[in-house]
Design a protein around this ligand. Sequence first.
Ligand code: CP
Ligand code: NVA
Length: 306
Amino acid sequence: MNFLTIFDLDKDGIYSLIDRASELKERHKSGIPYHPLRCKTLGLIFEKASTRTRVSFETAMYQLGGNAIFISQRDSQIGRGEPIKDTARVMSRYVDAVLIRTFGHEVIEEFAEFSTVPVINGLTDEHHPCQVMADLLTVKERKGAIEGLKIAWIGDGNNMANSWMESASRLGFELRLACPDGYKPTDEMLKRVGADTKGSTIHLVSSVAEAVSGADVLNTDVWASMGQEDEGVERSESFKGYQINDALLEKAAAGAMVLHCLPAHRGEEITEEVMEGPNSAIFEQAENRLHIQKAILERLLAGDDI
Ligand code: CP
Ligand code: NVA
């Protein structure tokens, strides 16, 4: 009923959404209209900035024949302290689903507890499941399959890293994470996904070289996420050596693909050359937000369990 973390899906659920997104993408590219969400409305609540998530969700609703209403913290009563549980109960009486981007994951959990309509996570400090679903679609498109791949995460043990770990736990691909000391995923999250336990394919490794060696996919994100801007200088120091550049790419498997959820800081976590080079799937990845989210919206709003 909700999509708050990748763990809300099982393996079949992930693959069926990816397959459905591919069908919807093809249909859209062929110019065939498809309006299953006529008269349905998605409410979007943003407490942080966004380009991709807002535009891709609004467009997804319009393409499926529905409507979208955007509200930000600044111009709603949320910014003046109206309790989440009240907002959830009121919004549920107007719209058919709610997408939220906020800070603590507990905020979206509380919203979902009081909401009577499906709630979708558009990013919290702990998870970014819609982005990682788009990433998995992009990997499947370029590599043909996800199973059997070696995927590297280089950089912060943040919301994106967490959603990638949950995906590896569900799908069983190898995920090696290289994160500086002080910026690794939390013990709670590592335990949740069973990292480095017997039979696990999720490994926290001690060097960038070890993570990247022979990897089919290299993945990174900003060093300071939204809400951490004040730590920017300190983080730039700690993340030295964690940049995806041509020298690092050479250590990966031939034809390795590079992912970054965007927005990117060229010259910090990734170079201009890699971003614009042939290994980069970054803009396909951004486009795929639209297609995978159409599959998610269709599933949730058609009344089926996700
Ligand atoms: N990747 C992503 O979620 O981008 P926005 O912050 O622009 O939504
Ligand atoms: N980790 C980043 C992702 C942005 C889409 C952040 O939370 O700001």
